[in-house]
Design a protein around this ligand. Sequence first.
Ligand code: SF4
Length: 401
Amino acid sequence: MDDLVGTPTEKLERFASLPPSSRPPRITLEEWKVLAIGANAVSDEYLIRLADQYRAALHPDLVVTYVVDRNINYSNVCTSICNFCAFYRSPGEEGGYLHSHDEIFRKVEETIELGGSGILMQGGLHPDLPLAWYTTLLRELKRRYRIHLHCFSPTEIYGISEATGLAWREVLLALKDSGLDSMPGGGGEILVDEIRRKRRSRVDSREWLEIMEIAHELDLPTTATMMFGHGEELVHRLEHLEKLRQLQDRTGGFISFIPWNFQPDNTPLGKAFPDRMTGSEYLRWLAITRLYLHNIPNLQVSWLTQGLEVGKLGLRSGANDLGSTMIEENVIRPAGAAHEATEDVLRNAIREAGFTPCVRNAAYRRLAPPGGRAPSYSVSSEQLLETAGRNASRSEARSEA
Ligand code: SF4
């Protein structure tokens, strides 16, 4: 059947009967306004059922993935002043920090010891770091540990470009040549400039999308995110999804979508919007994103901001991924996301939801057969000990100098 034929409700219903690999119907932004937020909007239960069925069509093997990695926030110094952020310090402000490369190496070694396959590295928009600070770090991380490097959101690429005078493409090329494997979708927030201006986001929606498009052109896969529940209108959420779907149509470079709700604690914006989004509202929008972004293969439920119980329900609302163990997380936790989980906790949650757990890397490549645990796939323990020994000798040499 032609994907443009039928009423919005008929098109939506076709998601329920899709055989694997068939093309889902295209529901326009105007049609989604009717289905998701109009006076006759469809119910949560209906959306969740269809999203679960579409998840099963995309991922028929009943496997839910997760990643063991560490979120390394190399610096909290930032020239931006986003009013939803409890993490940053302005340049020169007390409490600002910048990790040395050696400190980052130590964190990576701890991550590998815990079975981690890679790192998610993000930071503020530091005004003084040259490009070589980033490229040397990436090269050395790759040389020493051969781990997956999932680093630097479009907002940081914008910041590095501003600090160095280089074009976005030059920055991305240099980072990729130095070992960058994929990019996180941080800074997506809501891709509607009316909202972004109010949130004091540094990068507007066109800039964020253009940096992503360049990354995809350079064969750097990326994730996409939506931070919602901070005073935006419901239609803004749909407009955000529409922009991502259009870019994905052109590039195919988004490997996953991660919607997470605003955490208000310790943020200026939290005074205006102190209430956390309920689990039921989150799950409704998780289901909508699964159906709207039918061209993005993976959907991650945010257990970090919603807790594991909602996380489990999310796996029956369209999501096929439970995200990361988050060995270290410094950005969302200060704003009130206090949930914690080990690899075992995530695996048990996946089983309790009726699925088989499978560890993956940041590019969503499965690293073990379904049911298998995180292997030691990056460096051997001998290599790790050798590296740790080298680092210790260097520290001693420095302290002797
Ligand atoms: S969200 Fe990112 S860019 Fe905005 S202030 Fe915080 S660290 Fe800086």
